[in-house]
Design a protein around this ligand. Structure first.
Ligand code: FPP
Length: 247
């Protein structure tokens, strides 16, 4: 099943990726930034396939942040247009391969065309079970916490009744377990408002690899690093005295 060097038991259920470095990848080739984003879509499709082959159940990627509207107008419209191109080029292939697509983020601000493309991607793949690809689009971790609180209030949850489990039910990714492994490409070492609530106990891997170059080798390297981690979720390491600092 897996072509990775990692034992099946050590494979994360959920991998989240900040796909950074498209612009620099294009610049190195004296090409416009959009060319990097276009290659980024191909890297994404490759990565979905590689994750599915390794038995990863959920892959969540940051495609457009709530803050990305601050980019030059032509880059923003290029990214929006890329959604339409990506859906028409890859939807059939991904659907056939058992990929379920979910979009997380605020759909109100995107154009009707983009919203329709996302709706089409979700409905055409809703029955699939091999891997769930969540595309965070017009998404921000803080937006998610706020929208979850609003929904909880609308649903009439009393302040005293609001606990972590209850709020989690209103988060945009309530259908998925929290990410086990968080990867960021492109050399920056920050979270950038991605899945703030959900990464409480994720393991982080930062790589200098620019996103369009990401593939099986980089994924396997991150998976090996993940497999070597000692995940404690705040508990003490096995066999250690309880008084020892365990964070
Ligand atoms: C960050 O690289 C990347 C983005 C803001 C866009 C990510 C989008 C894709 C990979 C394409 C996927 C798109 C769809 C439609 C699913 P950057 O532009 O910040 O690169 P830089 O840090 O080198 O400038």
């Amino acid at each position: 099943m897996s072509s990775s060097a990692v034992n099946g038991a050590d494979i994360p259920r959920h991998v989240a990726i900040v796909m950074d470095g498209n612009g620099r990848w294009a610049k190195k080739r004296f090409m416009p930034r959009f060319f990097g984003h276009k290659q980024g879509v191909d890297a994404l499709v490759r990565t979905v396939q590689a994750c599915a082959d390794r038995g990863i159940e959920y892959l969540t990627v940051f495609a457009f942040s709530s803050e990305n509207w601050k980019r030059p107008t032509e880059e923003v419209s290029g990214l929006m247009g890329l959604v339409l191109v990506a859906v028409s080029k890859y939807l059939t292939k991904l659907a056939k391969e058992g990929v379920r697509i979910r979009i997380v983020g605020d759909r109100d601000a995107v154009s009707d065309k983009v919203r329709e493309a996302w709706n089409q991607a979700e409905s055409a793949t809703a029955h699939n079970t091999r891997i769930t690809l969540s595309v965070a689009f017009n998404y921000g971790g803080r937006w998610d916490v706020v929208q979850a609180c609003r929904q909880a209030m609308r649903a009439g949850v009393a302040p005293e009744a609001l606990d972590e489990t209850t709020l989690s039910r209103f988060m945009a990714m309530s259908y998925a377990p929290d990410p086990d492994l968080f990867i960021r490409t492109g050399g920056e070492v920050r979270v950038s408002n991605f899945l703030l609530w959900q990464v409480a106990y994720s393991e982080f891997v930062f790589t200098d690899c620019l996103w369009p170059d990401f593939g099986e080798a980089e994924l396997d390297s991150a998976l090996r690093s993940f497999a070597a981690r000692d995940r404690r979720f705040g508990a003490v390491p096995t066999g250690q005295p309880v008084a020892e600092n365990s964070i």
